[in-house]
Design a protein around this ligand. Structure first.
Ligand SMILES: [Fe+2]
Length: 68
């Protein structure tokens, strides 16, 4: 793979990874707050969203690994 030709895609993948991890952290914290507030439906939503974001982060990491 010619990394000079996919420079922009590598940059976008790294930005995506950062954003997915930020999203994951946000949802984890939001879930804890919702739980302590006693809003269980929101806590469940936030926990599920955290899992989805972690899954996205893992997918991006796999793509980046293959491009090394
Ligand atoms: Fe995501």
């Amino acid at each position: 793979m010619d990394h000079t030709k996919i420079k922009e895609t590598l940059k976008n993948l790294r930005a995506a990874l950062t954003d997915e991890l930020k999203g994951h952290n946000f949802y984890i914290k939001a879930a804890e707050i919702a739980k302590s507030d006693g809003v269980n439906e929101a806590a469940e939503f936030f926990r599920n969203a955290a899992k989805v974001e972690k899954g996205h982060a893992n997918e991006v990491e796999e793509i980046l690994k293959k491009l090394r």
